[in-house]
Design a protein around this ligand. Structure first.
Ligand code: FAD
Length: 359
């Protein structure tokens, strides 16, 4: 699979599509990209996401290969963000896990899962178990309410909307031919297309990849001038786990529900109560916060909830199934795709146990 031509057509300008478009254009290729929505990414999961980059925290629900991709991506994000003209908020201050006293068994279980993950992937930074003093050191604002916690150093987060805006600007700057509000199917390009076709449409690819399903997620954005948190905080809870991701200027994203449904109707009262109660339980200062927005999207998932790459025609790749880990792993998939385009195989992909179906 050598790169026989320098022309790329990308379907889907969500997270992965924009990242690839910018890199390929920077490498000097002719790139055109189509999206059914506009530059805000209003039809993308990428716009709604929390932007958390937390491979160890996610290891409770993710395979080791995905955790490895997350580690790789954490190192790559600063390199991908550095050349962008419009800055993107990115931090790597770790993740804090807290729980109510009655949920101590949940915390003990989580600790076991984290230890098991580290036994498989020793390069992950060690989790630090915090007592009251440790809590006061790591996140003073929460120390009065939580006498214990778990700190996962090195984990990160970014501002997803700043990233989408910055990548959109970069595509224009690099001369990518951008076709907003222009939905396209693979078939529209037929077998006669001369360049490469990269399908990054997330759930929009379901016509050609029927195993894809959407997993509904709801988040609430709030402005809480009275609350300062240094890093994303997760509340462990048997029924209502939630995270609070602090962005710039005291904006917080509270998320995210996970519902096996493709319903895109507005956030339910139940979810609103659960998410905001969790936030209030973590810090009472959230009571005076202002609700900026509540939003819903579906995460693109394959039956095993793992990402996959498949080649459906000689110069056509589909990349999909990033599920709830798109930001956490996108730079890893981006690097695998570049390797595939260059060499026809990807050692990196094998290291990540990534499903790659190539012709
Ligand atoms: C509530 C929620 C919270 C999340 N939180 C996190 C998180 O904290 N950390 C994390 O790592 N991940 C998170 N995710 C997951 C992450 O957002 C996704 O994994 C990621 O956005 C998938 O990227 P993608 O580029 O494959 O698809 P998308 O970002 O969905 O982009 C697909 C694009 O394709 C376009 N498209 C669709 N059909 C067509 C068509 N026919 N023609 C042209 N264009 C089309 C769409 O308009 C869209 O712009 C979250 C997701 C949700 C929903």
């Amino acid at each position: 699979m050598t790169r026989a031509t320098t022309s790329f057509t990308i379907l889907g300008a969500g997270l992965l599509g924009r990242l690839l478009a910018v890199t390929l254009a920077r490498q000097g290729h002719t790139v055109s990209i189509y999206d059914k929505g506009g530059p805000l990414g209003e039809h993308s999961a990428a716009r709604v996401a929390g932007g958390m980059l937390a491979p160890l925290a996610e290891s409770a629900v993710a395979e080791h290969g995905v955790v490895r991709m997350g580690r790789h991506a954490l190192a790559r994000w600063p390199e991908l963000l550095a050349p962008l003209a419009m800055p993107v908020y990115f931090q790597q201050e770790g993740t804090l896990l807290v729980w109510h006293r009655q949920d101590a068994p949940q915390a003990a279980h989580m600790r076991q899962q984290l230890d098991a993950t580290r036994a498989h992937i020793p390069e992950l930074p060690a989790m630090e178990w915090l007592d009251a003093e440790g809590m006061a050191r790591i996140e003073p604002a929460l120390a009065p309410r939580f006498a214990q916690g778990m700190y996962l150093p090195g984990e990160g987060q970014l501002d997803n909307r700043q990233l989408l805006a910055s990548l959109a600007q970069e595509m224009e700057r690099l001369g990518v031919q951008v076709h907003w509000n222009t939905p396209r199917e693979l078939a529209a390009f037929g077998s006669g297309h001369t360049g490469w076709l990269l399908d990054c449409r997330g759930l929009g690819a379901r016509g050609e990849w029927p195993q894809l399903r959407g997993v509904r997620g709801e988040v609430i954005r709030i402005h809480a001038p009275e609350v300062t948190l240094q890093r994303p905080t997760r509340l462990l809870h048997p029924r209502y786990p939630a995270y609070i991701a602090p962005k710039e200027n005291h904006v917080f994203v509270i998320g995210a529900t996970e519902i096996e449904s493709e319903d895109l109707s507005p956030v339910s009262v139940r979810s609103t109560l659960e998410l905001l109660s969790a936030a209030y339980a973590v810090h009472p200062g959230f009571a005076e916060a202002r609700i900026l927005e509540s939003s819903v999207q579906c995460r693109p998932a394959l039956p095993d909830n793992l990402p996959a790459i498949r080649q459906v025609a000689p110069r056509t790749l589909q990349i999909n199934g990033m599920y709830r880990h798109g930001y956490m792993i996108a730079p890893a998939l981006h690097d695998v795709v570049l390797e595939l385009l260059d060499q026809g195989a990807s050692a990196l992909g094998s290291r990540f146990d990534l499903a790659m179906e190539l012709l």
